[in-house]
Design a protein around this ligand. Sequence first.
Ligand code: TAP
Length: 474
Amino acid sequence: MMPAMSPNLAAGLYLASGVLFILALRGLSSPATSRRGNYAGMLGMAIAMGTTLAVAAPQLPITWYLLGGGLGLGGLIGAVTARRIPMTAMPELVAAVHSLVGLAAVFVAASALYAPDSFGIGEAGAIHPASLIEMSLGVAIGAITFTGSVIAFLKLDGRMSGKPIMIGGRHLINAALGIALVVLIVLLVTTEAKLVFWLIVAASLLLGVLLIIPIGGADMPTVISLLNSYAGLSAVAMGFVLQNKLLIIAGALDGSSGFILSVIMCKAMNRSFTNVLFGAFGQVQAAAVKGEAKTVKSATPQDVADLLTNADRVVIIPGYGMAVAQAQHKVRELYDQLKKRGITVKFAIHPVAGRMPGHMNVLLAEADIPYTDLVEMDEINHDMAQCDVALVIGANDVVNPAARTEKTSPIYGMPIIDADRARTVFAIKRSKNPGFAGIDNELYFSDKTWMLFGDAKNVIGELVKQLSGGSGMH
Ligand code: TAP
């Protein structure tokens, strides 16, 4: 059996972990420092886990082999999953991980209820009321997070329809469940009855499902960020039950950053929180898809390559399609070819391009495109009128002028990158299909736009071939 770690040393190490977590969040706020931020987070987590195990070791009736085995197996599953998961499926992975945080909160709360003396929160039948309140809040939020995240995962993964599922009277049912939860929590605190605890779990699990199924797949990334915040709150509650200050700090950081991120995403889509949570955005899309068949002009990579070489200023606007095609490395080659010719090339970054915050930044950084050429939406929009060519790569909603002009459009009011203000627009996509919001894009039918139909990676590969003289034309 291991000797116990001194409480002062443990407190110091927890403090160090807390500081490292804060540094991690700070580092993640810029692409230039995000790698360092990640390392700080990993180190903080390693110290936190090591300290927790060392503090608990003397009381644990399990051997280090068992703990090591659990950590090793969990770590292996985590590492393999993280390596395998494509960047486009990152929101699904985050949803899956949050569901586990919620489930862990339920298990910890159940353990604390059944063996309170092991947690130092009183005796069976005489648990401190404050601990019972913390426990019931933690279990309720945890169970809501669990089923909510599972539904979000299934919707994003396509195993469940992304369309909003509307149950009649759902607001009433949710309100009734909410009231029932408050009553049950009061009952648990006053009676400590185990049945009441499991009723709280059941009601919360059901509420998690009912809250998320009416939300359309389009809003899932925002919802996942909100669930991230819930997972943080359940960790805070569990931190109070376990009297673990670091869990409180980490949960609070998680809870607040998830919430701030959801607010930023809502702003970037010009949606309110209530609209995301109760607006059933996906429903509007179906009606909006139908439109008369309009014609577009298409161009060949050869035409476009010629026009690109005559440009002085090119703005590349990447979107979800670049991520799907994994075209970032080809985009880098195109960037190199254009730069070689003295052309000014900038990347216009829309805050919700792709399917997760920072999606485009991550992909372009992966291809070693200098951060200095990545320009945020507000800044680049000032220069769009002076831009010779806007090259749209698999972006759709984020360049849809309907957001500025059409009051009835579901994306009306969403800030966009003003590609339509450039002198010429080339847009790479596979078909005339709409983007995420399911609506037509006037940009593609404009006189100044030429479409390059095809997979982004192939089309840009062709463009690079033309520009590097590899086509045999020269
Ligand atoms: P989208 O509007 O989804 O459009 C992407 C376009 O890429 C599609 O029109 C698709 O057209 C094309 N595409 C797909 N695969 C391709 C491939 N292999 N090669 C070439 N093109 C391909 O993307 P966006 O402009 O980036 O906008 C993002 C949307 O997601 C917004 O509506 C935003 O509100 C929403 N959203 C984003 C987030 C975050 S945090 N990023 C969160 C929630 C919601 P084809 O099928 O014709 O190829």
